[in-house]
Design a protein around this ligand. Structure first.
Ligand code: FAD
Length: 326
């Protein structure tokens, strides 16, 4: 194998973090094994996106067409399958996102390549590709290898790799045109619906204060929200808080919520079930506040405070505000 394809994901003119994360991993593999990293960028008026990643890939293949303005798996599949046929990359990385979960399976059928979804690591040893996936809601880590194939498709979980640049590359830009009218399309893009004003994306937050069932009652959540605000962070939560309709689903961290990668993650009254921990593997410093010293969250935490959150949070908030004033 000599080439890794990274399918660039973007929305409304902005590159998605998953692309930078995949480029980081592709760059690491490229450094170790002298592969070339090729980014595939399909869209309309995407030159600023190409600019953003020009030092992270050896080549960027761009197809700029108004018809590519919005993601359409039917069109993407045909274009990417054609590029795969031409360049024969050994590995194709796609985000395990709403886009990727639609694109990757049809690309696998179209190319005949094996597909492993929601991968959390990739290694090559003696030329053999192994990926790591979680099974049974994270109880088991499985190392998956592939039977012989010209190439493999992987979807990559968000937040498991850094967004940083790795190595020093200068991409050759290759503009391509495709005859899109001939591609049969089963779907039409209607409109992009923005999340309601005031909504937040916890996956992008640098600091999260997360509230769990230990909060007891809905009205107590304001206590944790105030701490999050004092720290200039965002409020997030565990699943029971969403199940009770106390906070919206988009604030849920974990396997059936969002994977987050803040620099600091504060878990308040959260036990640390593996489904929750799965969502914070990309977090930097984890601080846990829990009255049970045996709570599993302490095994994942860098700092732990054992005690009653109703006593700890107000003091902590005051200290933070005092420090900010001083
Ligand atoms: C398929 C599946 C997917 C799931 N996905 C997710 C997911 O995405 N995210 C998620 O979070 N969960 C998920 N879960 C649920 C998960 O298994 C746990 O049930 C959940 O994470 C527990 O949430 P919690 O820690 O807030 O509550 P609990 O487990 O009830 O923990 C509450 C904690 O608060 C502490 N506490 C209580 N009172 C206080 C106090 N006064 N001061 C300090 N500490 C206190 C307790 O000691 C306890 O550790 C999923 C489950 C399944 C089956």
């Amino acid at each position: 194998m000599s080439e890794v394809f990274v399918i660039v994901e973007h929305r409304l003119g902005e590159i998605r973090d998953i692309t930078l994360e995949m480029l980081w991993k592709a760059g690491e593999l490229a450094q170790e094994h002298s592969y070339n990293v090729t980014a595939i960028l399909l869209g309309h008026e995407v030159s600023s996106i190409a600019e953003t990643i020009s030092d992270r890939a050896d080549k960027i293949i761009i197809s700029d067409d108004e018809q590519l303005k919005n993601f359409n798996a039917d069109i993407y599949k045909e274009i990417i399958a054609g590029l795969i046929e031409e360049s024969k990359p050994g590995l194709i990385l796609i985000g395990n996102t709403a886009w990727g979960m639609e694109l990757a399976p049809c690309l696998a059928v179209r190319t005949g390549f094996p597909l492993a979804t929601d991968c959390i690591d990739i290694t090559f040893k003696d030329g053999k590709l192994t990926v790591q996936r979680q099974m049974f809601s994270g109880k088991i880590f499985s190392n998956v290898s592939f039977s012989s194939s010209a190439g493999c498709l992987l979807t990559i979980r968000s937040g498991v790799f850094p967004k940083d640049r790795i190595g020093d590359r200068q991409a050759q830009i290759v503009q391509r045109e495709f005859s899109l009218k001939e591609i049969p399309q089963k779907k039409d893009f209607i409109e992009f619906v923005e999340t309601a004003a005031g909504d937040v994306d916890i996956a992008q937050a640098e600091l999260l204060v997360s509230v769990g069932r230990g909060i007891g009652e809905e009205e107590n959540i304001s206590l944790v929200r105030e701490l999050a605000e004092a720290l200039n962070g965002l409020l997030s939560c565990s699943r029971p808080i969403v199940d009770k309709n106390w906070l919206p689903k988009y604030l849920q961290v974990g396997s059936s919520g969002k994977s987050v990668n803040p620099k600091v993650y504060v878990a308040v009254g959260i036990s640390g079930a593996f489904q929750h921990l799965q969502g914070i593997t990309g977090a930097g410093t984890v601080i846990a506040i829990n009255k049970d010293p045996k709570a599993p969250i302490f095994r994942a935490a860098d700092y732990g405070i054992v005690g009653d959150l109703f006593k700890i949070i107000p003091v902590l908030k005051e200290k933070v505000l005092e420090t900010r004033k001083g």
